[in-house]
Write a protein that binds this ligand. Structure first.
Ligand SMILES: Cc1ncc(COP(=O)(O)O)c(C=O)c1O
Length: 290
């Protein structure tokens, strides 16, 4: 089964896809993106990802992208790929123009969809818990926009990887945990799930939204409030959540165990409820992405 690219209205093999060197996404990071996945061949929460993409585009003043048509292209690309666990990368740039910082209105946005097979990238062992490090949150002040300006995330995540950790948990100047480089961060204190409230400091994560919904369904209380790193370290449980890793227990932070150093009951319950909602395999089955 093939990887599929959809670029500016045409489906093609990835090798055939080419972007001009003066594309503003390449030159300036003048672009936004989405990552969607399927479970068992069904795209999960595509409508929410499209709504977030539309908002990101609006926030950076890129107009004239037909979101409904893009949604159909994503579905068609997935269908053509045939992957059961498809990883769908979607990027829209402002388009190509001779390099200068200020943009002209009326550029034709570059619209890219790339469908890959997520299955070989899934690591079931992450269900048993992962290590995280902490890093200063040095990103810009509009982290609610899913922009491709990811250099701080790239540097922090690489530091995590080099230290044998899956993620870097980002901490702002006030000592507050915002999120991780490519996932939301949650902790559990006395049975209550805590996570940073929606604000320009964090991405409005779709997985976060679903986790909060399923928590309500299974009767786990949630409070959206800023949590200091000190509190996070002392929490009974810590977990990450994103499209590719679902709900993922964190068992060490900077080498020190979280709680008893094992995935906790609230995290396990939420993982099971999340996977049930996604229509995926049980927690002891496949799961856990890059
Ligand atoms: C900074 C950041 N926070 C949170 C998330 C999780 O978002 P979602 O649940 O929509 O995948 C991501 C995903 O890439 C991210 O990059």
């Amino acid at each position: 089964m093939p990887e599929i690219v959809y670029l500016n209205g045409e489906f093609m093999e990835p090798e055939k896809a080419a972007i001009p060197i003066n594309d503003r996404g390449f030159l300036f990071g003048d672009s936004v993106y989405e990552v969607v996945r399927s479970y068992g061949g069904r795209l999960f929460t595509l409508d929410r990802h499209l709504a977030r993409l539309e908002r990101s585009l609006h926030e950076i003043d890129i107009r004239s992208v037909d979101i409904a048509q893009l949604g159909r292209a994503i579905e068609e690309a997935c269908r053509r790929s045939g992957f059961a666990e498809a990883l769908v990368y979607v990027q829209v740039t402002r388009g190509a123009a001779p390099r200068k910082h200020a943009y002209d209105r009326g550029l034709r946005p570059t619209v890219l969809v790339h469908v890959r097979d997520l299955e070989p990238l899934l690591d079931p062992s992450i269900r048993e818990g992962v290590a995280a490090i902490t890093a200063p949150d040095i990103r810009w002040q509009r982290c609610d926009i899913k922009s491709t300006n990811l250099l701080p995330n790239v540097l922090a995540k690489t530091k995590a990887k080099e230290q044998g950790a899956l993620e870097a948990i980002l901490v702002n100047e006030d000592g507050i945990v915002t999120e991780a480089t490519s996932a939301g961060v949650f902790c559990v204190e006395q049975g209550v799930v805590l996570t940073h409230p929606l604000s320009p400091a964090i991405l409005p994560s779709i997985t976060r939204e679903v986790v909060l919904e399923v928590a309500g369904e299974v009767g786990i209380p949630v409070r959206e409030e800023p949590v200091s790193l000190e509190r996070l370290r002392a929490a009974a449980e810590v977990f990450l959540a994103s499209t590719t890793i679902d709900v993922c227990p964190v068992i060490t932070i900077d080498g020190a165990p979280v709680g008893d150093g094992k995935p906790g009951p609230v995290t396990r319950r939420l993982l099971a409820a999340y996977l049930e909602r996604a229509g995926a395999a049980a927690p002891d089955g496949k799961g856990g992405g890059p």
